[in-house]
Write a protein that binds this ligand. Structure first.
Ligand code: SF4
Ligand code: SF4
Length: 122
């Protein structure tokens, strides 16, 4: 198992602010099961059209730090509220031992001597 050189518990969840978070057919079924609702209802409530490459993506909501973020991101805890039902891409990211966002965050917090510093995209 690859050792993680990042700590999501110290991060405001930059990865959840991606504009296009793809939802596959399997992801949609898992999400529907998570909420105990039909696939059609889950698709309507939680997804929207993305683009030609990712035609079905998670809906976004207003966010304190970013322009917007996934609707399932808890604004207070900065944690995923559908962890067991989250899409494949959320499970796989960042796919390696390092997370570029976290490296940047750590660097800036060290330089600014501020453990709570957060870059915003608003
Ligand atoms: S951006 Fe990186 S460190 Fe932050 S929550 Fe996502 S995977 Fe974790
Ligand atoms: S489903 Fe969860 S992990 Fe995936 S983008 Fe949304 S809040 Fe983040």
């Amino acid at each position: 198992m690859v050792k993680k050189l990042y700590n999501c518990l110290n991060c405001p969840a930059y990865c959840c602010s991606y504009a296009l978070i793809p939802v596959t057919d399997f992801d949609l079924k898992r999400l529907a099961k998570h909420f105990g609702i039909s696939v059609k209802t889950a698709e309507r409530k939680y997804t929207k059209y993305g683009d030609a490459e990712y035609p079905r993506v998670l809906r976004h909501a207003a966010d304190e730090h970013f322009k917007s973020a996934c609707m399932f991101l808890d604004q207070e805890t900065r944690r995923c509220t559908v962890y067991e039902g989250r899409p494949r891409i959320c499970r796989d990211f960042p796919t390696q031992s390092r997370c570029g966002y976290y490296e940047f965050l750590k660097f800036e917090r060290d330089v600014q001597d501020d453990r709570d510093w957060v870059a915003t995209t608003n």
